[in-house]
Design a protein around this ligand. Structure first.
Ligand code: SF4
Length: 182
C-alpha cells in the first residue's frame, strides 16, 4: 500500500475524531426498512453479487435501537409518516438517513395528497439518491458518499447542528411544494 514510504519512521499520527470517524463509517448498521419497490434494489445490494458486507454493513438490524442508518427505500404515505419518525427517534445516535429513489427524495411521480413530498419533511436527510429505482451500484455510491460525511463529522454538538440545518432546509422548501401542488 506504500504506507512504509509514507511513514518510514513507523509513526502514524491522527486525531481521536478521525479514528472514531473511521470506526463509525466502517460499522454502519442499517435498520431493516423498506416501503415500496425501491426496497427490492436495497435487498439486492445485500446479495452476494453486490455484497454490502464489504462496507461492514452485513448486519441489518431488526430493532431501531441497534441501527444508525435509515435507508428510506420507496414512497412514504402520510399514514406511514408517524411510524417512520418513531423508528428514526428510536435509532441510536449519531444516526444517518439516505432517501433512496425519487419517491423518497421528492414524492416522485406521486404528486398527490396521500404521499409525503420528500421524506425530509419527516426526518433529516443526509444523502438524496435519484433514480426510479436506483440500482444497487447507485446505492453503494451513496453509501460511500455517506462514509465521507461520517468520517468528517465532528464530535459533540456539531452533528446536532448539522441535523438542525437539514431540518430547517426541509421546512424552508415546504411553501414551494404547497404552491406547486395547488
Ligand atoms: S422511485 Fe420508482 S422504484 Fe422507487 S418507490 Fe418510487 S416508483 Fe418505486
Amino acid at each position: 500500500m506504500g504506507l512504509e514510504e509514507k511513514i518510514p519512521s513507523g509513526f502514524l499520527l491522527s486525531t481521536v475524531e478521525a479514528l472514531a470517524g473511521w470506526g463509525r463509517k466502517n460499522s454502519v448498521w442499517p435498520a431493516t426498512f423498506g416501503l415500496a419497490c425501491c426496497a427490492m434494489e436495497l435487498m439486492t445490494a445485500g446479495s452476494p453479487t453486490y455484497d454490502l458486507a464489504r462496507f461492514g454493513m452485513e448486519r441489518a438490524s431488526a430493532t431501531p435501537r441497534q441501527a444508525d442508518l435509515m435507508i428510506v427505500a420507496g414512497r412514504l404515505s402520510q399514514k406511514m409518516a408517524p411510524v417512520l419518525r418513531q423508528i428514526y427517534d428510536q435509532m441510536a445516535e449519531p444516526k444517518w438517513v439516505i432517501a433512496m429513489g425519487v419517491c423518497a427524495s421528492s414524492g416522485g411521480m406521486f404528486n398527490n395528497y396521500a404521499i409525503v413530498q420528500g421524506v425530509d419533511h419527516v426526518v433529516p436527510v443526509d444523502i438524496y439518491l435519484p433514480g426510479c429505482p436506483p440500482r444497487p451500484e447507485m446505492l453503494m455510491d451513496a453509501i460511500v458518499k455517506l462514509h465521507d460525511k461520517i468520517q468528517n463529522t465532528k464530535f459533540g454538538a456539531h452533528r446536532a447542528k448539522q441535523i438542525d440545518e437539514l431540518e430547517k432546509r426541509a421546512l424552508r422548501s415546504l411553501p414551494l411544494i404547497h404552491q406547486g401542488a395547488s
